[in-house]
Each structure stands twice: as C-alpha cells, then as structure tokens.
Design a protein around this ligand. Structure first.
Ligand SMILES: Nc1ncnc2c1ncn2[C@@H]1O[C@H](COP(=O)(O)OP(=O)(O)OP(=O)(O)O)[C@@H](O)[C@H]1O
Ligand SMILES: [Mg+2]
Length: 316
C-alpha cells in the first residue's frame, strides 16, 4: 500500500518570501503526523499544497499513491478530509444543516447523527453556527472534515485559541480517528499538542524541515536530562559578543551538553544537574555575575526547537 503522503522537494515562493523551501515528507498510514513550527514557518502553505488547494512552484506530491492534477482528483478528494486553519461557515445555518451540506459533497459517508455524535455536538444539532462557542465551532469544522469517512485527515491548527478542556476534546476526536485506522496530518505551534497527539513530528522553520522523528526521539536528541535556564542581573541588551563568549564557556562546563541564549536568558542542556549546577554558579560568581532567576525543567519539543534555531516556538 502506498504511503498516505509523500512529497519531494516542494517549493513555493510569494513575492516577498520563500514560504516552502524544499520540503520532503513521508507519512505512513495509520499515524498522526505533526508539522510543528512557529508563525509563518510555512505549515499552512505546505498542507494546502498537499491538499491540492495551492499549486507548488516545483516538487512532487503523492497522496494515497496519487498525484494531483489528473482524472483521479475527484476520487481522491472523496478519500480525504480537510479542516482549514480558518473556516468560514454560514452563520445562519444550524449544525445539522452544515453537516448535511458537507455530506452532500461526498458520494458515500457517515450518517448525520453519527458524525454529530462523533464530535459531541448532539446538544447543539439545531443551534445556528453563529451561536456556537469557539470550541464548538472547531468541532463542527472537524465534523465537516470527517463526514465523508476519509482515510486521511488534514487539520490545520485544530486547537488554536481553544481552552484546555476544549483542546482535550479535539485531541480525543483525533485520537479516535487515528485509532480507527485513519491517518492524520496536522499543523500546530503547540509543542504539547505535538507531544501528546503525534506519532511523528516534523519541525518546520523558514519553509524547511529541520528535524523529523518521534516526539520522544526528538527530545532525546538534545542529549539532556534537564534544561537549566537563568537570567543575570547584568544582562546588557545587544552585547552579543559577550553573551556568545559566556555561552561558549558555559557549554564547556561539566555536566553541560549545550548552551544557547534566548530572549535575555541562557538555556543550558544538562546531562548531570548535580555536576552542572555548582559549576554554573561558580563560574558566574567568578565573573561577578548575579543570577536574577534560575529554573530547571524536563526537556520538551520547545527545547528541541530552541536548540535547533536559537529561538522559541512562540517568538514569531
Ligand atoms: N497568499 C499569500 N501571499 C503572500 N504571502 C503568503 C501567502 N500565504 C502565505 N504567505 C507567506 O508565506 C509564509 C508562510 O505562511 P504560512 O501561512 O504557510 O505559515 P504558517 O506556518 O502556517 O503560519 P501560522 O502558524 O501563522 O499559521 C509567511 O511569511 C506568509 O506571510
Ligand atoms: Mg498556518
């Protein structure tokens, strides 16, 4: 069976930006695959090319073994479900009417009540779209993507703007779809979402995939048991040379595997905190530097991104 998604060297430029800059992806069937990256990384452009909605400048795409732009396009459309980053649905239509409308686009599909139940909107089936909460709107848009009983589901930022409870509900629906044998490709800039939901994650930045692995292996790749983060009181904005020197010195301390500077903080990957912490404090003391704030945490995908780019996922 061909993979769910395969693309090679995808490129797409707009007049003032290269949005997608040579993306290769292989998504096996039956997994949840995440594209994780900050705002403007090229996630939406990439998925819209995969969905056959945006033409690429170059490169190749195969979805469920087929390329777009041929006689099989209609058949292929019937096998995928799409949730756009922003869906504009008719405000005066009810949940049931909207699901029925989308159901009519497919030759075969789920019963209306089944799909409304799937996204837990039974209570709102007769409510107009304009009266739904953000989380309910998001679930309805998920319903419109699920109504054709797709094999492959594309979700662009499915939980952005939702509160934690609404986010959990969406995660459950996505997991249920995946557990039923479906394949999911989703974009997100929430590292928690990528960690919780995705079997594999491609980290994307400036239109390029800079790492692709299971979340666990990505986190393991930074070789850190702990992340140690601190700010100093002498921090002089823009004194890059000095902070580079200091990062270099810190990274050579015992128990430290790497050091980066970010937003006025030093971020250290630490393999042995018992060795590293006294060494770091001693070095700061020797340079007569005072620590303003210091904390440690278990490494996350956010730390992987910081290590790879020197920036945080939410820096924009
Ligand atoms: N239609 C367009 N015309 C011009 N530039 C565009 C267009 N669509 C996207 N871009 C630019 O391409 C780059 C990638 O945008 P894209 O929407 O793919 O990013 P994203 O990773 O989905 O970001 P976000 O997390 O904010 O949704 C951005 O710099 C964006 O401004
Ligand atoms: Mg986007």
């Amino acid at each position: 069976m061909p993979p769910a998604v395969q693309c090679r060297n995808l490129k797409k430029s707009y007049p003032d930006v290269v949005a997608v800059d040579g993306v290769d992806l292989d998504v096996a069937r039956g997994i949840c695959f995440g594209l994780l990256g900050p705002n403007g990384a090229g996630k939406t452009t990439t998925v819209e090319i995969l969905e056959g909605l945006t033409p690429s400048d170059s490169g190749s795409v195969e979805i469920l073994g087929r390329a777009w732009g041929g006689r099989s396009d209609n058949e292929l459309r019937g096998r995928i479900g799409i949730q756009l980053q922003e869906s504009l649905l008719p405000p005066k239509l009810t949940v049931r009417e909207i699901v029925r409308l989308f159901r009519s686009f497919y030759g075969a599909g789920r019963e209306l009540d089944e799909v409304i139940g799937l996204v837990a909107l039974e209570d709102k089936a007769d409510a107009r779209y304009e009266k739904l909460s953000g989380g309910q709107k998001q679930r309805l848009s998920l319903a419109t993507a699920l109504v054709g009983r797709p094999e492959l589901l594309f979700l662009d930022e499915p939980t952005t703007g939702l509160d934690p409870q609404a986010r959990l509900k969406v995660w459950e629906i996505v997991q249920g779809f995946r557990d039923g044998g479906g394949t999911v490709v989703l974009t997100t800039h929430y590292m928690e979402e990528a960690t919780q939901l995705c079997d594999r994650v491609a980290i994307i930045d400036h239109g390029k995939v800079i790492a692709e692995e299971t979340p666990r292996n990505l986190v393991a790749s930074i070789g850190a048991e702990q992340i140690l983060e601190f700010r100093t009181t002498d921090d002089r904005e823009g004194d890059e040379r000095e902070s580079d020197d200091r990062s270099g010195r810190l990274s050579r301390l015992p128990g430290v595997t790497g050091a980066t500077r970010r937003d006025g903080s030093y971020v250290l990957s630490v393999s042995n905190i018992a060795l590293a912490l006294p060494a770091v404090l001693e070095q700061l003391e020797t340079s007569a530097v005072e620590v303003a704030e210091l904390r440690t945490h278990q490494p996350t995908l956010e730390d992987v991104f910081v290590r790879l780019t020197g920036r945080g996922l939410r820096d924009g």
